[in-house]
Unconditional design. Sequence first.
Length: 296
Amino acid sequence: MELPRLHGIVPPLPTPLRPDESIDIPALERLVDHQIKAGVHGLWILGTTARFDLLPDDLWPTIARAAADTAAGRVPLVLNVSDMGTARTLDRASRFDEMPYDYYAALPPWYQPMTSGEVVDYFTALADRLAKPLIIYNAPWVSNQLSFAHLRELADHPRIVGCKDVISTLTRTLDWTAEERRRQNFSYLQGTDLIGPATDLGADGFVNSLSNPLPELAVAIWAAARANDAERSSRLQARFNRVARTTTFGPMLACLEALCRHRGFLDRMLPAPLRSLDLATALRVVEAAEEAGLFP
């Protein structure tokens, strides 16, 4: 059966933790269920917001299974399986092949710089051998971010079906049209909070961490932009931007944790050595977000 193209709002879920850093399964189930009921179009599991890089490997199956069981096929699921090389990434992914995920996602290896050809070879080998179609995770904080030209080249592979592209510009979609991407069966998802403007420019969807505490607002912006309702899209986007400002009051993920806690989704999400905000800063985040408007 052919999978639908990934699109719309695809929040990269945090991992709810207990004080001893075991997984808070009820909170994870609550988070997944709320996101889906809010109308999101997919879920991205064990990504950067989940701090996959800090979680012990033996916890990954528990997280992946709980998220998939709770989603119960209601939305497409992406599982990040990033690791440091071809063999390691393939080995990590193989542990989840029997779980009902629709796509695997992978960053390029990030510890040491590689040539562009080596990075292209890495993603090509993954696509050839993974049990599920591949979403490329292209991020500027790793050593081996793909160029636009190489990303478009890899999109021709029949089992590379999309990307999360985290860049400051929104205009790549003007040079890589929706018609061309559909011919390639490729979804161009951005990591930006500028949902309305990027949708107007042709983005297929968004994987942005702020959608976690604000799924209703993110979905409403997407829907308004897709309906060409410029006034509503602009108004809701301005509200999203004002809430986004609160994530600059401290470390971004710590501010996001305060917002998710305020929504009742989790108590904590930051593995050691990351720290939660102090109480005064957390209250400032919540108060400013409430003043900006959390809901559409």
